[in-house]
Design a protein around this ligand. Sequence first.
Ligand SMILES: [Mn+2]
Length: 358
Amino acid sequence: MFKERLDKVLKEMEKQNIPQIIISDSASIFYLTGKWIHPGERMLVLYLNTNQNCKLFINELFPLNDDIGIEKVFFNDADDPIKLLSKHIEDGKTLGIDKNWSARFLIKLMEFKNNCSFVIGSKIIDKIRMQKDFKEIELMRQSSKINDIAVKKLIEFIPQKFTEKKMGKILLDIYEELGAEGYSFDPIIAYGANAANPHHSPGNSTVKEGDSIIIDIGCIKDSYCSDITRTIFYKKVSDEAAKIYNTVLEANKRAIDKVKPGVKFCDIDAAARNYIENAGYGKYFTHRTGHSIGIEVHEYGDVSSTNNDKLDVGMIFSIEPGIYVPGITGVRIEDLVVVTEDGCEILTKSDKALTIIE
Ligand SMILES: [Mn+2]
């Protein structure tokens, strides 16, 4: 167990008056225990109680022999894990439930513990996970460092005119060569009109003269995710596309300039959005400005117009404005930043000046 992280969670539970919670999310369990357990359809529960009675309920199929600093309660496929769990939960008290816990577990537990009141408890740990500690920030730097090298290497393959799909496969080889565990999400590699779809799935298109090329990629290194987007142009760029590019770039820079403790997430979104709106492209910026990132590629804490939470030192999120003109072209420029005492550190270092490759 990471004692400091566990203590933070227990303290926050006390503050919010939720004396017991069930954590079932593998990433949150990893955050607290340092162990990845992927239970599939089987029950996996980290039960925390502010009275320090904390236990991990785990199927014996997933051998966890090391001492993780808290009691382990094993069960097998013939047992009823919910019945077992219910015996350890305090009667008559509020119980926080993981937002992603399956209804097939929860409803049964509610029947066993009908004197408890059930609330969603995830925000407690999700908010703590937003603020990365020193060790996590260093791991995020390393993950982004690999991703920066990968972008550069991948761009070198573009003149060979592989399909978007093939470029994705080449990227996986690059990540493996660089010592990453794999993708942090399915890469987006989009040529020309495809780039106007922010979530394009790489297909069989090949690059044509004048295309914008969106490369939105990320890897996992030592369990931490990176994420970057660069947009480049093939052989030539139209005046309109260059104007769009420079608008997105300025929006990206303005949002980054705004980052410091105490500023609201919605203010970061507004910095990028207002600039794009004033340039006349507002209706083509169709998504939020960014998302928190760490053990998972999308974590709690949107950089959006509706998030009034304030930034704090150690938070890491993306800033990724874009303009997508349907059927014609798309541009997105994404960086990851970590909030520091007086501003931010940019984790993604790849060049972002308008680039035309041959
Ligand atoms: Mn992203």
